[in-house]
Ligand binder design. Structure first.
Ligand SMILES: [Cu+2]
Length: 392
């Protein structure tokens, strides 16, 4: 065998052996890292899940009109508040009454907009249910403009996510029941024609369906944020020659995916001026985050933190991803993130498609507590950023 032929066979064998050794060492290293990494909170170790338990969806228990479950009125909360964890160990018929209205509300610091709402708010209420529950949605249409409305709930299996059987004309109430077989955080929205317009005008919310058992680990605080875009025409000129304080929906801008405002919880300032999120040092904060779109994908990020646990795409059965900086949340999608706050101060919540900051996509999480010079230290006083939305 010539010198060349020998190397021709030996080289691939040698490199395969080195690769195998590298993979083996890495696996050993990762396994032995647990508990040794300084600053890693042991409560953040991924929970264990019985892999067989959730392989199949929870089977329904019979005709939904005849189930003998107890009836319960859902606790509905407005943004950024989340209903308390469900502690019962049995299914119920969970009644969720929703009303559709139109209401002219502040959209930006300078302009108002006629929102189409669920329960007078944008986003609509946060619903918390449990796998196995029968979700009894009743939709009353109090929109005096004559538009029909309905509910397409992404947690509902069946045509239209329920839209087909919940369409209510003005003054009407429609009630329907749905078996909740799958856990996760889901978007609900109106899907009456033209669907994009109903979503663009504010008709959306979130429902969290807890697993039947083995819900996410308890945390100190839970909040919800829903991102969405608004598409407006320039303000019309009023009789007195001044621009109108109310702006109207622009179909061409929506078609071009060129939003006037990109906001958290329905309007500019909802999470800065009005309701900045609050936490104390060393608390773990969970954010249920949904994106109503109607067009843009969010690059959800919190400046100065990372997602210690990321339930990507709101999948609550798989082990969470760890220490992730930014996560994509598509239109019509959701995610759940846990953050452990180890240094006091203001954390900025944003869509890291960063020019959207100037369209309103910003919120604050204020963390109170004594300084942590062991983590974050400088002789410099924090520099004030005059007019900077990142550092108030
Ligand atoms: Cu609608």
């Amino acid at each position: 065998m010539s010198e060349y032929s020998r190397w021709r066979y030996l080289l691939p064998l040698a490199s395969s052996a080195i690769l195998a050794w590298a993979i083996y060492s890495r696996q050993q290293g990762t396994a032995s890292m647990e508990g040794l990494v300084p600053g890693v909170d042991p409560t953040l170790v991924p929970r264990t899940i019985d892999p067989d338990h959730y392989q199949e969806p929870i089977e329904p228990k019979g005709h939904l009109g005849e189930v003998d479950f107890p009836t319960e009125q859902a606790i509905l909360t407005t943004a950024p508040n989340v209903p308390p964890r469900i502690t019962r160990d049995h299914p119920v018929v969970l009644q969720v009454p929703l009303e559709t209205t139109t209401k002219t509300m502040q959209l930006t610091s300078t302009h108002k907009y006629e929102m189409w709402t669920f329960n007078d708010r944008v986003p609509g209420p946060f619903i918390r249910a449990r796998v196995g529950d029968v979700l009894e949605l009743s939709l009353t249409n109090r929109d005096e403009s004559g538009n029909p409305h309905n509910i397409d709930c992404h947690a509902v299996m069946g045509p239209g996510g329920g839209a087909g059987v919940t369409t209510a004309s003005e003054g009407e109430t429609k009630t329907a029941r749905f078996h909740l077989a799958y856990p996760g955080l889901f978007v609900y929205h109106c899907a009456a024609a033209p669907v994009p317009v109903h979503i663009a005008n504010g008709m959306y919310g979130l429902i969290y369906v807890q697993p039947e058992e083995g819900d996410l680990p308890p945390v100190d605080r839970e909040y919800f944020i829903m991102q969405s875009e608004f598409y407006c025409e320039p303000p019309e000129t009023m009789d007195n020659g001044r621009p109108s304080p109310v702006v109207e929906f622009s179909y061409p801008n929506a078609l071009d995916e060129s939003p006037t405002a990109v906001v958290f919880n329905g309007h500019e300032g909802a999470l800065t001026i009005e309701n900045p999120l609050k936490a104390k040092l060393d608390e773990t904060v969970r954010i249920y985050f949904g994106n109503a779109g109607p067009n843009l994908t969010s690059s959800f990020h919190v400046i100065g933190s990372n997602f210690h646990r990321l339930y990507r795409d709101a999948d609550v059965l798989s082990p969470p991803a760890r220490y992730v900086q930014t996560t994509s949340v598509p239109s019509g999608g959701a995610t759940i993130v846990d953050m452990k706050m180890t240094v006091p101060g203001t954390y900025t919540i944003l869509d890291h498609a960063i020019f959207r900051l100037d369209k309103g996509a910003v919120g604050y999480l204020n963390v109170a507590g004594p300084p942590r010079p062991d983590i974050y230290q400088s002789r410099e006083a924090p520099a004030p950023c005059v007019g900077c939305k990142l550092h108030p």
